[in-house]
Write a protein that binds this ligand. Structure first.
Ligand SMILES: [Zn+2]
Ligand SMILES: [Zn+2]
Length: 191
């Protein structure tokens, strides 16, 4: 081996080592940049962004691997999409017009729930269109509803509360007194 050839090989080896070193440094920084971008897409916490990037910068591929194990699972965009999806689902459920009494789906033009007989809607006395029971004005003809609307629910439901509560209120004390009065009233008569 001539000294000239040895010299050439030495130069080539030097160039290869330099290139490898340059590539390693570039790869190292590329990993740090990738980590910085990735964590910024996943969190807004500046401390987490700093730590993640430092981890990758300090330990290179190993640090990046560690970061990938520890990073938040969802990106902010994915979180946002999921929130939107959940909201859409909720809205869909609302649009099912669930009966407030039995939670069964009802239709928009039903006046009462056919399952539990809960009144759902009333016809506006002015324009005749169906309006919600807790609306105070008709959205179609602007008529005031609170005074004009009377609960026209099935006959069983309205009289029942009217007849029962008075009896229930009077029962504990007044029943005793009336019974006693009756006894007093009745007692003298036979004597
Ligand atoms: Zn119902
Ligand atoms: Zn109306």
């Amino acid at each position: 081996m001539s000294p000239e050839l040895a010299n050439r090989i030495g130069v080539i080896v030097e160039i290869v080592i330099t290139l490898l070193a340059a590539f390693t440094v570039a790869f190292w920084f590329a990993l740090a940049v990738w980590t910085f971008r990735d964590i910024r897409a996943r969190t807004r916490d500046p401390l987490a962004i700093l730590l993640g990037t430092l981890l990758s910068l300090a330990f290179g591929p190993v640090g990046t691997l560690l970061y990938m194990l520890l990073r938040p699972k969802e990106t902010l965009a994915e979180q946002y999409d999921r929130a939107l999806e959940e909201e859409a689902l909720l809205r869909e459920i609302e649009e099912l017009n669930l009966c407030p009494g039995c939670r069964r789906p009802t239709k928009e033009d039903w006046r009462l729930c056919p399952y539990c007989h809960t009144p759902l809607r009333e016809a506006c006395p002015s324009c005749g269109r169906l309006v919600d029971l807790n609306w105070t004005r008709c959205p179609y003809c602007t008529a005031h509803l609170e005074q004009t609307l009377e609960p026209t629910s099935p006959e069983e439901e309205t009289p029942a509360p009217d007849t029962k509560p008075p009896a229930a209120v009077e029962s504990p004390l007044s029943d005793v007194t009336t019974y006693a009065e009756e006894q007093e009233e009745q007692a003298p008569i036979p004597r």
